[in-house]
Design a protein around this ligand. Structure first.
Ligand code: HEC
Ligand code: HEC
Ligand code: HEC
Length: 141
């Protein structure tokens, strides 16, 4: 339980950091969201996500939070498909990566990646690049 209390305090501190620093914060985590990939909106309100994304994601919270309404909308894969870096398709790897940057700042460790991919899958049929172009550019791993 202390963990969640610490977490809530961490979220509050982050919120204050956001509130007190205007659009270009010099303190606080560096949060890179590439709108060309992520679009304009998260799966929920930004503020809600900042505070509650962990509740949407944690396995053991399913019972109490959002029981029965989990869909692909909150799947980890879905988060990654929007939040992965456009440079290497990952959400971790450096402090400029979406999940890692903020988590390093908040000192919250994420131990999801030994089981879950942290890399976005190449987009399927709806991709802007035709498949042929993708394999030409396929030296990236
Ligand atoms: C805006 C900053 C921020 C971003 C971006 C962020 N997180 Fe978090 N995350 C936090 C904070 C702060 C906590 C700790 C809060 C708590 O435990 O209540 C947290 C907690 C979590 C937890 C619970 C960890 C635990 O052990 O309790 C998970 C899971 C999680 N985040 C996943 C992710 C994933 C996946 C991403 C990328 C898609 C991400 N987060 C992006 C700030 C962020
Ligand atoms: C459709 C693309 C998309 C998906 C899917 C998506 N996000 Fe987002 N997310 C965004 C965009 C765009 C923003 C910033 C604008 C906004 O607030 O909506 C954002 C904002 C956030 C923020 C707040 C960052 C900050 O500046 O403090 C967090 C945390 C977050 N997302 C986590 C997640 C998690 C966790 C998932 C999966 C459950 C997820 N997102 C799924 C597009 C997405
Ligand atoms: C020991 C392996 C393991 C670890 C570690 C792990 N998971 Fe999972 N997770 C699974 C398995 C197995 C499933 C069920 C199969 C599936 O749906 O992919 C699953 C399913 C999920 C789902 C629902 C399906 C989806 O794709 O969204 C979410 C969300 C999720 N995990 C989030 C997390 C987060 C966040 C972490 C890190 C805090 C984490 N998991 C750590 C094994 C793991």
């Amino acid at each position: 339980m202390w963990k969640w209390t610490v977490g809530i305090i961490a979220v509050l501190c982050l919120s204050i950091a956001y509130a007190t620093s205007s659009s270009a914060p010099s303190v606080g985590p560096k949060i890179v969201i590439d709108k060309s990939r992520a679009g304009d909106r998260c799966v929920e309100d930004e503020d809600f996500m900042r505070r509650n994304h962990m509740k949407l994601l944690m396995h053991q919270r399913d019972e109490t939070m959002h029981k029965g309404i989990r869909t692909e909308k909150y799947s980890l894969k879905n988060c990654i498909s929007c939040h992965a870096s456009t440079k290497d398709d990952r959400v971790i790897g450096s402090d400029e990566h979406f999940c890692q940057g903020c988590h390093t700042y908040a000192s919250v460790k994420l131990d999801c990646w030994e089981c879950h991919a942290n890399k976005a899958r190449p987009k399927a049929a709806t991709a802007t690049l035709p498949a042929a172009t993708e394999s030409v550019a396929g030296e990236k791993k």
